[in-house]
Design a protein around this ligand. Structure first.
Ligand SMILES: Nc1ncnc2c1ncn2[C@@H]1O[C@H](COP(=O)(O)OP(=O)(O)OP(=O)(O)O)[C@@H](O)[C@H]1O
Ligand SMILES: [Mg+2]
Length: 655
């Protein structure tokens, strides 16, 4: 066979050393460390600052999320004020909000405040925070949010972040102006002084940024609307750049139970992570390491696991390496260990979800489901789902209420009747990257046709419907640092699907019940059509002596009672009793259907409804009762046990 070697002269021609090429030594001389701030300055889109409109939202979101986290951690009912102001550029005039390109975002909270020494690092050093190294449910987790907002402001306007913070009425308020030295990722303090501040405690952050203000989907307004749905214990004040003041009053007067910090659960923890934990262990023995560095591992269970893996419980954790470590790891994974505790999570709760949905969306049917806790990669999480279905009468003919802001990718009402998905992670609304999110994918993958809702292949189910999904976790797996979409772990996908199926099953029951009522109503109409004729004929037979009006009324009564009576009318919302033209709505929770709550016991018009033929879990016996939707204030509402029960459920106030 002919050789493939090239003649020496030819090979020289192919690989001449071009003047422009560099040597390894030259390349080596160019290597430089990259600071995290330099990296994110170039890649600000990774932090949610890709366009001015989104950047404005991200700044508000980071500051509000921090304010709520701080208040809740300190056990303070949050009161947060958000102010957006248009800022004039140079000597030019102040533009109207819709045309302005520069804004000042100011967020004030009544939280615990920040100690003076920490202020520069918190606001002007990326990857600095109190939440990253612990397993506790909170809105923030990465230690990058507020300093990134400050860095974006510095990059686009050159202005420093201005902070006022006070840790108590007896302490002085401190004023700081800080910027980031992006080369070193260290704070530069421009101003630091004590000032008079009217607030006894709390923090105020003001950042000047390049932005665009536009209402509608994925706007600051929508973010605050949705924040108030999932955080009914928060009082929010919003001063829009147009000078309006919007108030979101507090609907719950208690803080949600404070989530506890936990240790990782042994299930799902990766081997590499396990090795690192062994090397970093502070415990002297393997047994005490297992029981103190993991949750749900008792000393007895730790000894048992060491025995099964044939390792001494007294061995030093640092000495466990290689094959022994692997054998121990597999033993742990095969051991039956209790599920993680739930006190590390603070779900919104079915009642609060219903209350939020009811406040924001007028429909005919509402339900909410909280799944039991589950674990992914050793991190506990809970999925909650809610569903509001239907439309208030007259809302199709454009009510006086402004249109609901739409989720990303959603079309205007009327344009399309597709469902709207509202996503939350640790009570924070997620407004961007809907199609990359595990929640959205699970909604698409659910077969809504099983529950009587039409759905085109690969599309959202038909509306009018709002689907609400919340993931509460000690560590939410976001797809990027901008915290906009949730990664698709199998365990998370499965839990979302199960929650959606349960909501769908309940909706299916409601729709079938309504369908039956519609059929009964049609039957009644046919009877009524002939009543006149029958009465006339009977009267003729009796020689015109029959009390026709009385007979007509009696026959009408029979026609009504044979076709479901008042319940048919109520189910179809035809009694006209719904206040302010609202339809009758039903609310279904794990406790049952509205009317089955303890206060409503004894209400006679509940009726059993059939079980779903293919429920996702063993079906409970449910009853449904159509009840008028209420929009009146409590003072207008007539007193009554059932109504009181409904009000308490919706507002969450203790009876
Ligand atoms: N308003 C505030 N009141 C009290 N502490 C605050 C406030 N804002 C921020 N902090 C503290 O500053 C830290 C850094 O905040 P930052 O937003 O940068 O990160 P994070 O909230 O920990 O995580 P993420 O990057 O996910 O937002 C927080 O961990 C918190 O301890
Ligand atoms: Mg934060």
């Amino acid at each position: 066979m002919a050789t493939h070697k090239l003649p020496v002269s030819a090979s020289k021609k192919i690989t001449p050393r071009e003047a422009s090429t560099v040597t390894a030594v030259e390349m080596g001389a160019r290597q430089r460390e990259i600071s995290v701030s330099e990296f994110f300055t170039k890649n600000r889109h990774l932090l949610g600052f890709d366009n001015p409109r989104k950047a404005l939202l991200t700044c508000v979101k980071e500051a509000v999320d921090n304010a709520l986290d701080a208040c809740e951690e300190a056990g303070i009912l949050p009161e947060v004020t958000v102010q957006l102001e248009v800022v004039a550029i140079g000597s030019s005039a102040v533009l109207p909000a819709s045309q302005a390109t520069r804004f000042r975002v100011t967020v004030v909270d009544n939280g615990p405040g920040i100690v003076r020494q920490q202020i520069p690092k918190i606001f002007a050093k990326l990857l600095y925070g109190s939440k990253f190294h612990r397993l506790r449910m909170s809105r923030g987790q990465q230690g990058i949010g507020i300093s990134a907002a400050g860095m974006y402001g510095q990059l686009t306007t050159g202005k420093p972040v201005k902070i006022i913070s006070r840790i108590g009425p007896k302490a002085a308020a401190h004023y700081f102006e800080v910027q980031i030295d992006t080369k070193k990722n260290e704070p530069l303090v421009h101003e630091n002084k004590q000032i008079e501040w009217s607030q006894p405690r709390g923090t105020q952050v003001a950042i000047e940024v390049e932005g665009r203000y536009q209402k509608g989907r994925a706007s600051v307004d929508e973010y605050l609307d949705q924040t108030s749905i999932a955080n009914p214990h928060v009082r929010l004040m919003y001063r829009t750049p147009e000078g309006e003041t919007k108030e979101y009053p507090r609907a719950y007067h208690e803080l949600p139970p404070s989530p506890k910090e936990i240790k990782p659960h042994p299930y799902g923890i990766e081997f590499g992570m396990f090795l690192k934990m062994l090397q970093d262990a502070k415990s002297q023995t393997l047994s005490s390491f297992l029981s103190s560095d993991f949750c749900r591992v008792t000393p007895a269970l730790a000894d048992e696991m060491c025995k099964t893996a044939k390792i001494s419980p007294k061995a030093k954790p640092r000495d466990i390496r290689g094959a022994i470590a692997e054998s121990l790891y597999h033993t742990i994974q095969a051991t039956k260990i209790m599920a993680p505790p739930t006190n590390c999570l603070s779900p919104i709760g079915e009642k609060a979800i219903l209350s939020g949905l009811y406040r924001q969306i007028k429909g005919e049917f509402y339900t909410a489901v909280s799944r039991p806790p589950s674990v992914y990669r050793g991190n506990p999480f809970i999925i909650e789902a809610g569903l509001a279905f239907g439309q208030a009468p007259g809302s199709a003919a454009k009510s006086e209420k402004p249109a609901q802001p739409l989720a990303e990718g959603e079309k205007e009402e009327g344009e399309s009747e597709l469902a709207r998905v509202i996503r939350y992670a640790n009570r924070v609304p997620l407004l961007y990257q809907q199609s990359a999110c595990a929640i959205f994918k699970a909604v698409l993958a659910t077969t809504w046709r099983n529950y009587g809702i039409s759905q085109s292949c690969g599309a959202l189910p038909a509306g009018p419907m709002v689907i609400f999904v919340h993931i509460a976790s000690v560590w939410v797996p976001f797809t990027s640092e901008s915290k906009e979409a949730i990664a698709e772990y199998d365990e998370i996908h499965k839990e979302i699907t199960l929650a959606l199926r349960e909501c769908g099953r309940r909706l299916g029951l409601f729709l079938r019940r309504r369908e039956r009522a519609a059929s009964e109503y049609r039957r009644r109409n046919i009877f009524e059509l002939y009543i006149e004729e029958v009465v006339e004929a009977c009267n003729r037979l009796k020689g015109g002596k029959l009390p026709t009006e009385k007979l007509k009324a009696q026959l009408q009564k029979i026609a009504s009672s044979r076709t479901g009576g008042i319940k048919t009318d109520e189910t179809l919302g035809k009694t006209g009793a719904g206040p302010e033209g609202l339809p009758h709505s039903i609310i279904v929770t794990a406790e049952g259907v509205d009317g089955e709550t303890p206060l409503a016991v004894g209400v006679s018009d509940t009726e059993p409804i059939e079980e779903n033929p293919a429920p996702s879990k063993p079906a409970r016996k449910e009853t449904a009762k159509a009840r008028p939707a209420k929009k009146k204030s409590s003072s207008q509402r007539p007193a009554g046990a059932v109504r009181k029960g409904r009000k308490a459920r919706l507002t969450g106030k203790k009876k």
